[in-house]
Design a protein around this ligand. Structure first.
Ligand SMILES: Nc1ncnc2c1ncn2[C@@H]1O[C@H](COP(=O)(O)OP(=O)(O)OP(=O)(O)O)[C@@H](O)[C@H]1O
Ligand SMILES: Nc1ccn([C@H]2C[C@H](O)[C@@H](COP(=O)(O)O)O2)c(=O)n1
Length: 641
């Protein structure tokens, strides 16, 4: 499985042009296909879900082409009758393709077989099939009753009458019925049973049907009438708005990372319900400004995101973004009325709870709500994404809450936003790292500590971690690699006020012995030890920045470091420095044996197979043999990017 490591971010600001809305794109494609005349669709979302719809339309004999020069998709409508009357359609996990196509094909008088990925076969469709049956359609389940896959036969469509459909599981059932109703040629009255959820999505459907010439009459949200004889006519050109759900990640980034972050493609006049995410952000104190086609978000003036308790039924997709923002709020947050999460790409309530807990958040999970209590600190975790694009995009935001994350299967964002991570990195700036590597006694510790102090950055002496493992190993009499790695995994070390503690005891001087240094070099060659210490070292990357020194800071731990240095000096110069250091501490020393030990240690550190000591091509070489400490510090400080 592919994974993506995201560093902790220090701020977010900039502008993102949004990809087209998934909900609008797939509705427009189907309406354009069913319409009379040619439609030129501009700004169509190009992603897995729209590809499923485009593939299906091609299989059904609807002519369409991508006019690359004009940057639009041209669909030649079939005026309500698909040319291919017998076909197999695979629709992946695209609910916005599966439900409307089911309805349109069920009322088309052909024979079709519709299937998807395993998760699609777990997503209920029974309420839609029941409603279509009331109209005389012949739809049967080929797997579990109530779920795809489906077989559609030639039904006998009944004239007039009223059909009822449940509105409290997925609003896509009503959308599908509404869009397909004109194919019957007769008036169709639809009554919604139960409280209609996600109403803004129905507004999108009605708005787009009107753009294609079909006006639906409605009485509140309970009763809809599609008039008899209604048929779709192409509006000629149609523009797809930017995706308001995708906008939520960037607006949240502006709120969590300072901002301003502007999204272009949706704004004040959007027909998408998820633009109301901006109102939800305002309740958190976020500063929002809006134009006709853009929205901008900046952090609250107070600097604190306010805790919230909100009914989020009207913005179910964007609500996921709020669940992750809750980790930075100033108190427990309750997300209510989100039961529809359970039947989306995955059970999003369960998935969100599981993954938030991995990063150290306290989460209470209820049937239709989530309560999130922000922790003092977050920890790094590998986030499972459940083949759910929104899980991947949401969890990128924890990088603005003080920790890095690993996103498993990041390509799942292709469902709606193939370029998501590039767009995110274009507005989010990683916490800067100055990586200083080099051999023993080259002066990297001294220089790194001074540079960190002058910049006000955190400081990581990575060698001390290997020395601590070495000391624990010596003291515990541990010899085999697996046991040494286990020591590294659970190393009970603390850094308190300039002192280094192991199991609570001060070992600041003990880890500096030559015996410990030699052992450190040996345990550092064990791959499992290095793996065990990896995230522990990365956790030092915190705002406002980090200066990290060791052997593999620039190559393995922080390969994206903003500045990299390789500090070195001749063996003679380094042996002299170490000799002086020991003499000052009143410890016995011998120049020749120090030279010998340094050379052996350098050779071992440079020859090992994992993370060997070496100068990277992108590191600045600092030859300190003839430099004073002050000169070396100045040399580095002047070259920090
Ligand atoms: N440019 C320099 N000129 C003279 N002495 C220096 C210079 N840089 C460092 N020193 C001295 O050399 C000694 C070793 O330096 P330091 O501990 O910083 O090296 P190091 O590379 O971090 O070593 P190790 O990897 O063993 O921890 C210190 O006493 C330090 O003051
Ligand atoms: N990033 C690091 C840091 C240290 N080591 C190993 C190699 C050294 O011999 C030993 C002690 O380091 P020092 O305190 O002298 O910097 O630890 C490493 O492999 N990778």
């Amino acid at each position: 499985m592919e994974t993506l490591d995201l560093a902790p971010m220090i701020r977010a600001a900039g502008t993102v042009r949004l990809p087209g809305s998934k909900s609008i794109s797939n509705r427009v494609l189907l309406l354009a296909a069913l319409a009379d005349g040619q439609t030129r669709v501009h700004d169509l979302l190009q992603s897995d879900d729209t590809e499923r719809m485009l593939d299906a339309l091609r299989t059904l004999g609807v002519p369409w082409q991508h006019d690359v020069a004009a940057d639009c998709f041209v669909v030649d409508g079939v005026a309500g009758r698909f040319p291919v009357a017998d076909a197999d359609l695979f629709l992946g996990n695209a609910g916005t393709a599966f439900r409307p196509l089911t309805a349109a094909l069920a009322l088309s008088g052909g024979n079709y077989r519709l299937s998807g990925v395993p998760r699609m076969h777990e997503r209920p469709i029974g309420d839609l099939v029941d409603a279509l049956s009331q109209l005389g359609a012949a739809v049967t389940y080929t797997g579990n009753p109530g779920y795809p896959p489906l077989t559609i036969g030639k039904g006998t469509i009944r004239a007039g009458g009223t059909v009822s459909v449940r509105g409290d599981v997925s609003s896509q059932f009503l959308t599908a019925l509404l869009m397909a109703a004109p194919l019957t040629g007769v008036a169709v009255h639809i009554e919604v049973v139960g409280e209609l959820i996600s109403k803004p999505y129905i507004e999108i459907t009605l708005n787009l049907m009107a753009r294609f010439g079909v006006q639906v009459e409605r009485e509140g949200w309970q009763r809809f009438t599609v008039p008899g004889g209604a048929c779709y006519r192409s509006p000629g050109d149609i523009h797809v708005e930017g995706d308001a759900s995708s906008a939520s990640y960037f607006l949240a980034a502006g709120a969590m990372g300072g901002g301003p972050v502007r999204v272009e493609g949706v704004g004040r006049n959007s027909i998408q319900g998820d633009v109301r995410f901006a109102e939800a952000l305002e309740q958190l104190g976020v500063q929002i400004t809006m134009g006709e086609h853009w929205i901008e978000a900046s952090a609250p003036a107070s600097g604190r995101l306010k805790a919230f308790d909100m009914d989020l039924n009207h913005i179910p997709d964007a609500a996921m973004t709020l669940a992750v923002m809750a980790v930075r709020c100033d108190g427990p947050c309750h997300l209510r009325n989100i039961a529809s999460w359970r039947v989306k790409e995955t059970d999003r309530i369960a998935a969100m709870a599981t993954e938030l807990r991995k990063i150290g958040v306290e989460v209470e999970e209820f049937d239709d709500s989530l309560r999130v209590t922000p922790p003092q600190t977050l920890r790094h975790a590998a986030i499972d994404t459940y083949d759910d694009h929104r899980m991947a995009m949401c969890f990128s935001l924890v990088t603005l809450a003080g920790t890095g994350v690993t996103i498993n299967d990041p390509a799942c964002v292709n469902k709606t936003f193939p370029g998501y991570f590039d767009a995110y990195r274009s507005i989010a700036s990683p916490v800067p790292v100055v990586a200083i590597d080099g051999p023993s006694a080259s002066g990297k510790g001294t220089v790194a500590a001074r540079v960190a102090e002058s910049l006000g950055y955190h400081y990581l002496d990575s060698g001390s971690l290997y020395r601590l493992v070495a000391l624990a190993t010596i003291r515990g009499g541990v010899t085999d690699d697996a046991a040494i790695a286990a020591v590294a995994e659970t190393l009970p070390a603390e850094f308190v006020g300039g002192k280094i503690l192991l199991s609570g005891a001060d070992v600041t001087d003990a880890i500096r012995s030559e015996e410990c240094a030699a052992m450190a070099s040996k345990v550092a060659a064990i791959p499992a030890v290095r793996d065990a210490l990896l995230e522990r070292q990365r956790a030092y990357r915190q705002a406002p920045g980090l200066v990290a020194e060791g052997r593999d800071m620039g190559s393995v731990i922080f390969p994206d470091a903003s500045s990299k240095f390789f500090l070195t000096a001749s063996v003679e110069a380094r042996a002299q420095r170490r000799y002086k250091q020991l003499m000052e501490k009143g410890l016995p020393a011998n120049i020749d044996s120090l030279s010998q030990e340094l050379s052996e240690r350098d050779a071992r550190d440079a020859a090992r197979s994992v993370a060997p000591l070496k100068k990277l091509p992108d590191a600045v070489l600092v030859e300190t043999s003839d430099m004073t400490v002050d000169e070396a510090v100045r040399f580095v400080a002047e070259r920090i990017a």
